[in-house]
Design a binder for this molecule. Structure first.
Ligand code: ZN
Ligand code: ZN
Length: 305
């Protein structure tokens, strides 16, 4: 008789409850976690067979369970039903006439002398008898098997911990569900990205011409220009959202904002080369250009976000 470790038993009960709540995907995930951790426990394989839809995989899983525990009643029942889809389930309760028992007699006995497994009502989703329920239920995160939790994702029912979930206005959600919801929310396409980029570059470039004139007042001007850029980009894209739209706009502000400075620098390099007059290089305002770009880019970023 296979001894089931306490943790496996806990996980099994947890999986059975998830399956009973009709959360098949979550239950399947749990059973797969169980067979990964405890491949020798037949109950895990049998539980998995109950929640997977694919018949050939179901059969493989059940046959594997029977190699681990040849007399596993539920595995035999499920396998029998796979072979006889038209079978009347209640007939199985009459154990003496059940064809399963005939097969079972032929099957090699593991070590004999053990108590026969308690009869499991047909069609039950709980591999564990409810009677043994006095110990406290311990749940583990589906992503982090060592983390105890009793938190579930409100949309998919998966067990989650604080590391792999976030609190949303409607409840706790797993990262997968949050990501999926965001993909629906983010509707900007390549054309919108391009539009936002070029518009932002253009406006930021105009600001880049003003900066050397206003000097210190760049501090007051930059955030204003950045926020205008953000608003324009938002309008131009039809108020769309994009995961990387804020980054695109911020990058455009850096490119556009530095463009006049770079052009001016190249121009004065030419002048210095041809006239030999070094004073052309002194009028740059590198500092204020950097301040402008940093402030405007972050203002635009938060405006678009
Ligand atoms: Zn979820
Ligand atoms: Zn986790």
């Amino acid at each position: 008789m296979v001894v089931i470790p306490p943790r496996a038993r806990t996980l099994l009960r947890q999986a059975a409850q998830t399956a009973a709540a009709n959360k098949r995907a979550a239950a399947e995930q749990l059973y797969r976690q169980i067979i990964r951790e405890f491949p020798q426990v037949a109950d895990g394989w049998v539980g998995l067979a109950e929640v997977i839809g694919d018949e050939s995989e179901k059969r493989r899983v059940l046959e594997h369970a029977l190699t681990l525990e040849p007399e596993h009643r539920e595995a035999q029942q499920q396998l029998y039903l796979l072979d006889h889809p038209e079978a009347d389930p209640p007939a199985l309760e009459n154990e003496n006439r059940s064809p399963i028992l005939v097969e079972q007699a032929d099957a090699p006995s593991s070590d004999g002398g053990d108590l026969p497994p308690a009869p499991i009502p047909f069609g039950t989703l709980e591999p564990m008898p409810q009677a043994a329920d006095d110990e406290e239920l311990i749940f583990y995160c589906a992503t982090h098997p060592s983390v105890r939790t009793n938190l579930r994702c409100y949309s998919c029912g998966k067990l989650i911990c604080s590391r792999c979930s976030r609190h949303t206005p409607v409840g706790w959600r797993c990262n997968t569900c949050i990501h999926e919801a965001q993909e629906v929310y983010f509707n900007a396409e390549t054309a919108h990205y391009l539009l936002a980029f070029f518009a932002s570059t253009f406006i930021a470039g105009i600001g880049g011409f003003i900066v050397p004139i206003v000097g210190f007042f760049t501090i007051f001007l930059a955030a204003g220009i950045g926020s205008i850029i953000g608003r324009v980009a938002f309008r131009l894209t039809g108020r769309r959202r994009g995961r990387y739209l804020p980054h695109t706009v911020a990058a455009a502000v850096v490119v556009g904002g530095l463009m006049p400075g770079v052009l001016a620098f190249l121009l004065s390099l030419l002048l210095v080369t041809f006239t030999g007059e070094m004073s052309f290089l002194s009028s740059f305002n590198f500092f204020w250009r950097a301040v402008y770009v940093a402030l405007a880019a972050s203002a635009a970023f938060y405006q678009v976000r």
